[in-house]
Design a protein around this ligand. Sequence first.
Ligand code: ADP
Ligand code: MG
Length: 238
Amino acid sequence: PMAAAPVLEVQDVAVHYGGVKAVDGVTLTMRPGLIYGIIGPNGSGKSTLIGAITRMTKLTRGDVLIDGSSYRRTRPHKLAALGVARTFQTVRLLPDLDVRRNIQLGADTAGRGGGDVSVAEVIERTGLTGMEEYFPSELSYGTQRRVEIARALVMGPRLLLLDEPTAGMNQTERAEISELMQGMRGGGLCQLLVEHDVQMMVDTCDYVYAMTSGRLIAEGTPTEVVQNPLVQEAYLGR
Ligand code: ADP
Ligand code: MG
């Protein structure tokens, strides 16, 4: 059978900051309904790659295609309308807004009142029922992270980019995020997870890319990538 058409194509993308080659010639393809992972040591270019995909970072070279069309000229605030949503490496909730209003912001960003996805539905799906009126400072770190994911989900994305969503979480909270991501496969959502925890990666992802120094050094199933000698040397320090 023919593979589904890609949601995202990253074509020879480079992002250089002066002499620093943060991303240096990355090519990858992501298809609907699958969960992709990126592993790599600190400074290997994972966040910069997400910034390049979301147009927060200027490309030095290459192109990014969404649904087959280049969106080189698309401004970041228009991305939501194209179905691209992301979360950040550090929590970025608005402290003066309660959970419901923080999530509502995502719907407003998408500029279509949440599209097909309602705030109430997302609150339920992300396990935030009963917490709608809490403020971020009243929530555990793990719950704050879930609110961020909810804010991205309410945009009704086709592509969801999660930059280290489980950083600082305990094992139970990690498992909850993994389960949430598994549950979001339906409807063809394509997900990209930047993750340090190898077990989380193996449990969650269908296909994994490994980066060092701005380049891909391996790709394949999580098990293949974890066993790759280059990855063991560069990332796992073995
Ligand atoms: P990762 O997310 O894998 O830890 P980053 O993408 O944050 O890595 O960083 C990759 C490299 O690019 C690092 O060497 C970092 O210092 C550098 N870098 C990232 N952003 C900038 C920037 N705005 N200006 C200069 N250098 C940057
Ligand atoms: Mg990073």
